[in-house]
Design a protein around this ligand. Structure first.
Ligand SMILES: C[S@@+](CC[C@H](N)C(=O)[O-])C[C@H]1O[C@@H](n2cnc3c(N)ncnc32)[C@H](O)[C@@H]1O
Length: 210
């Protein structure tokens, strides 16, 4: 009963949401694209010729945005990864796999063909159990892995944009960003629903290690 009411409310919000309508009009697979677009426009993140990795890419709206924005320039590359299958997006090399598994990471790294990465994007969200401490740990684990990947593969002036959540570990995640990047911003784009605990962290320019 309660579940049904929740479903109804969600459906109602979904059907009246201006970003959902806009996504249909612009032929994007999800409203999530407008979060990336807003951040990209404000912080000039993405340019033709870049090598970009899109983590947690399904159903593919961010990949579509990347392909439209960077697609024509053959010097660049877009590599996307998700647990779930994704309909192909022209110009995007998609890998289906679990980012927590070393085997999936290997395939992702192989797809880079030795190139360093300009921008790592992560919109990954773990399946939530409803148990706050377990969920926070899953979010933190994925964040750590994305930070490690960015540390190993980004160009010195590269950037990592990561979706995160205001959970118990959020301040630790931001601290990790500050250890790794010269400039760190936390961002709440308009398309991110107010009541959602979701927040984006953007780190730019790797600090020199050692
Ligand atoms: C909010 S959706 C991404 C939406 C996407 N940015 C778009 O524009 O269409 C989050 C995605 O993260 C993926 N994900 C969660 N955990 C993952 C993991 N361990 N490895 C790879 N993908 C993961 C989910 O399968 C899901 O498709």
């Amino acid at each position: 009963m309660k579940k049904n009411r929740f479903k109804k409310a969600w459906l109602n919000e979904h059907l009246t949401d201006p970003y959902v309508k806009q996504a249909q009009k612009d032929n994007y697979r999800s409203r999530a694209v407008y979060k990336l677009r807003e951040i990209d426009e404000a912080h000039r993140l993405l340019r033709p010729g870049q090598v970009v990795v899109d983590l947690g890419s399904a159903p593919g709206a961010w990949s579509q945005y990347l392909a439209r924005k960077l697609g024509a320039d053959r010097a660049g590359a877009i590599v996307a990864l998700d647990l779930l299958p994704m309909e192909p997006v022209e110009g995007v090399h998609f890998i289906q796999g679990d980012f927590r598994e070393p085997e999936a990471l290997k395939r992702l790294e192989a797809a880079l063909l030795g190139r360093r990465v300009d921008v790592v994007l992560s919109d990954m969200a773990p399946n939530l159990s409803g148990i706050a401490s377990a969920d926070a740990a899953r979010i933190e684990h994925l964040a750590e892995l994305a930070l490690d990947f960015a540390g190993n593969w980004l160009e010195a002036d590269g950037a990592l944009l990561m979706k995160s959540f205001h959970t118990g570990y959020f301040s630790q995640i931001v601290t990790r960003f500050k250890q790794q990047f010269r400039v760190v911003r936390t961002l709440k784009p308009k398309a991110s629903r107010d009541r959602s605990a979701e927040v984006f962290v953007l780190g730019s320019g790797l600090r020199k290690q050692g």
